[in-house]
Design a protein around this ligand. Structure first.
Ligand SMILES: [Zn+2]
Length: 280
């Protein structure tokens, strides 16, 4: 083994004595493509629970074994990155949806049946989003100088999500995963936001969201997830719903104007990894 290798238990396959890789919470490409040359300070602006951070740093730590990294890549990430936002004018998933007939639409929102779009690999898009949420449940991720790590505590629900991601078991009935694609002609906003809990949540269930390169995933968790939400689930709805919403993006811009001044994080804050994670 080379210098700096760490053995431990991989939290996805749960095998002990594995050489743990430097895993990224959001794909490396997410930060690389988030540079915006139209702004005076073009570094990626990442939306976190602590506010907006301007940083080119990655959120990463030694977490998964090489087999599991490959599996995440092959089952979703690689495909999703190939159709996500690259730069203004190059966003293949947005182009694909724009050519489709929505099942419902108003001036600001369009809802598509992903199941009926032949070119669309919905399973891979679902695996990608679920995989990022799962990584946020599996560890605490120190990011961009935020004192509080990125972490989602799903308690008894975590293992159902892990088995969906690793073993391809059915997606838990106690969860709904939704996908909304940005209609923005230029840079979607935010381009990257690690998983975070939405507060105040809904009374019936917990609500989480993440943004990555023009895709917004939301995860709703609880035994009482409303049926109205279930009908929008990317995985368990019959239509395998994918939406495109200007309204949602406008809301994000209203809360966090991408042009406003942002705090510069301390250097190398992301390298802070709790030691306990690394010893199996
Ligand atoms: Zn593994």
């Amino acid at each position: 083994m080379g210098e700096g290798t760490k053995l431990g238990t991989c939290p996805l396959c749960r095998r002990a004595g594995r050489e743990l890789q430097r895993s990224h919470l959001l794909p490396r490409q997410a930060t690389i493509r988030a540079w915006n040359r139209n702004l005076d300070k073009p570094q990626p602006r990442i939306l976190t629970e602590g506010g907006i951070r301007r940083t080119a740093n990655q959120i990463r730590q030694r977490l998964l074994c090489a087999d599991c990294e490959k599996q995440l890549n092959r089952n979703g990430e690689s495909y999703a990155l190939g159709i996500s936002f690259f730069e203004p004018g190059r966003f293949p998933l947005q182009d694909l949806l724009a050519q489709q007939q929505p099942i419902t639409a108003d001036s600001r929102n369009r809802v598509y049946a992903g199941a009926e779009i032949e070119e669309l690999e919905v399973d891979k898009l679902a695996h990608y989003g679920a995989g990022i949420f799962w990584k946020a449940t599996a560890a605490e991720w120190y990011s961009y100088g935020n004192p509080e790590p990125v972490h989602i505590a799903l308690g008894p629900y975590e293992d159902g999500l892990r088995r969906f991601v690793h073993d391809h078991t059915a997606f838990p009935q106690t969860m709904v995963l939704t996908l909304c694609v940005s209609p923005a002609p230029e840079h979607p906003w935010p381009l990257a936001a690690p998983p975070r809990r939405i507060r105040p949540g809904m009374p019936e269930c917990h609500h989480y969201a993440l943004h990555v390169l023009g895709l917004k995933y939301e995860l709703f968790v609880g035994a009482q997830v409303p049926d109205a939400l279930r009908r929008h689930c990317l995985i368990n709805s019959p239509e395998r719903v994918v939406s495109m919403s200007a309204e949602m993006e406008d809301n994000a811009r209203r809360v966090y104007d991408p042009r406003r001044k942002v705090k510069r994080p301390p250097r190398r804050a992301w390298t802070k990894v709790p030691k306990a994670r690394l010893t199996g």
